[in-house]
Design a protein around this ligand. Structure first.
Ligand SMILES: O=P(O)(O)OC[C@H]1O[C@](O)(CO)[C@@H](O)[C@@H]1O
Length: 479
């Protein structure tokens, strides 16, 4: 772009749109939300807005500063990528949850769907990307079978440094690398992304002399995609991370809009909050683009782990949250849409559409003599998928099922940054409306602690005793 004015004009043309007509009673009847219901919680909305501003000012939401405070981080990452990319054919992320879902989502959205199958030249000289996010032994063994360790760089990503899945993967890989390449050479095949001071990985990285990047202290796992957690894997695959952050910053401005009806994050949160009050305990995310399929996985962790809580901020037992469901259009029209159209009105379906796909595909003009096929001839897949999205929205409207649509003008770094940031702010806002802590995950910790206890980790003796005292299973209920 030749000048700032042109850049600004282009950015305006890339603005995400949120259409919530089909959430309203005027369209979907009683299963929808009435403007009077929004007006009735105005006090709560104002309190949530204030809490968001206060927390941001007092360091309680450091992830909101990420679009602005990472100029040096971006430069450091880009320099590092340039210095190593020629040496490696594969870049493997070892991480789980927030340390894996974002890197997968961004890579799938921006790069070629068969990126790893392209030649290195076709990949712009960048390595392939793999994400080992589970401890399924078969998967890691299989991955090792396809990697050339001499040409592989492993990125260990963990905020806490104590996540068993990630750290056990690291331990396995470290030993294999050292055996195969020797201890000194192995060091150049590991790069760490972790907290600046806390956790097990920081001292290990320092002692071993691994290159490392920092996850800012006040940014939790599921809000960390726009830190080196996501930025390094993205840059390693040739993705423009500065544009990703610019998109997030652009959305940040939109999310500061005081008029609720013009603020996409506030409106997204308000409608979901009011929906939950009406028993809509399921949040379906349904992109009509394969590029955005994995945004659904990333969103699922964000929405579920942040909002699924037993206690509110006053200590009351509330058991709130919405179960995220991932769907893909048009694929899941032939799998889940029957349920969405006619099943219980316990869902909010969020369609994510795209104006301009990266390619266009013509359907040949053949079978003109068969009317039930001939109508497709001369059209495009682009028109077909967009029409199917509109038709599904209509089917849900007719069925009185609440739905809304987010539209990306294109899928690129700038629009991707916007949608990631939109969902993050909406999650924070929904947490405030629900009066819960959207930034902890005590339920997950319980399971983690039980695993440590079963493995005999020192300090977990009491938890082990508690586990041993759990009710014995009744054989009657086992077949
Ligand atoms: O980055 P870490 O500390 O390894 O955590 C991984 C994931 O585990 C959780 O703490 C719990 O699932 C997530 O919030 C986080 O994304």
């Amino acid at each position: 772009m030749s000048n700032r004015f042109e850049q600004q004009t282009w950015r305006e043309s890339m603005k995400l749109r949120l259409d919530f007509n089909h959430m309203m009673t005027a369209f979907v009847g009683e299963s929808g939300i009435d403007e009077s219901q929004i007006a009735a919680i105005e006090g709560q909305i104002e309190a949530a807005e204030k809490a968001m501003v206060d927390k941001r000012a007092n360091g309680g939401m450091d992830w909101r500063d990420l679009p602005y405070n990472q100029t040096e981080v971006v430069a450091d990452i880009n320099d590092y990528v340039e210095s190593v990319k020629d040496d490696f054919d594969a870049f493997v992320v070892l991480g789980i949850g927030g340390s894996a879902l974002g890197p997968i989502a961004v890579q799938q959205a921006i790069n070629h769907p068969y990126y790893n199958e392209l030649s290195k030249e076709q990949r712009g000289g960048y390595p392939k990307l793999y994400v080992a996010d589970n401890v399924d032994p078969e998967k890691l063994v299989s991955l090792l079978e396809v990697l050339d360790l001499e040409k592989t760089l492993f990125n260990v990503i963990t905020k806490s440094g104590s996540t068993s899945e990630t750290m056990s993967q690291f331990m396995i890989i470290k030993k294999i690398l050292e055996e195969k390449l020797g201890a000194e050479k192995a060091k150049n095949h590991i790069v760490c992304t972790t907290d600046a001071k806390n956790g097990n990985l920081r001292p290990i990285a320092d002692q071993e002399g691994y290159k490392s990047f920092i996850i800012p202290a006040g940014v939790g796992g599921r809000f960390s995609e726009l830190t080196p957690v996501g930025l390094l894997p993205a840059a390693m695959c040739g993705i423009n991370i500065a544009e990703l952050l610019a998109g997030a910053g652009y959305m940040d401005e939109l999310c500061k809009t005081e008029d609720t009806f013009k603020n996409p994050a506030a409106m997204y949160a308000i409608l979901h909050y009011l929906g939950m009050k009406k028993g809509k305990n399921i949040s379906v995310i349904m992109p009509y683009a394969d590029t955005l399929k994995f945004i659904g996985d990333w969103y699922a962790q964000l929405w579920a782990e942040s909002l699924g809580k037993k206690f509110d901020n006053d200590g009351n037992v509330v058991h709130v949250g919405q179960t995220p469901v991932r769907a893909l259009g048009a694929t899941d029209q032939h799998s889940q849409v029957q349920l969405y159209a006619e099943g219980p009105k316990d869902k909010i379906i969020v369609f994510v559409g795209v104006d301009q796909y990266k390619t266009s595909l013509n359907i040949p003009k053949i079978y003109g003599d068969i009317p039930s096929l001939g109508f497709l001839g001369g059209e495009t897949h682009n028109k077909l998928i967009q029409t199917e999205q509109m038709a599904t929205e209509y089917a849900l409207l007719k069925g009185g099922q609440a739905n809304m649509t987010i539209t990306l003008p294109e899928v690129n770094e700038f629009t991707l940054g916007q949608i990631l940031y939109l969902f993050e702010v909406a999650t924070g806002f929904a947490g405030e409306l629900l009066n819960i802590n959207a930034f902890d995950q005590p339920g997950v910790e319980e399971g983690k602690n039980a695993t440590y206890a079963m493995f005999g980790r020192p300090g977990y003796e009491k938890k082990k005793a508690e586990l041993d005292a759990r009710p014995a299973k009744n054989k009657k209920y086992m077949i």
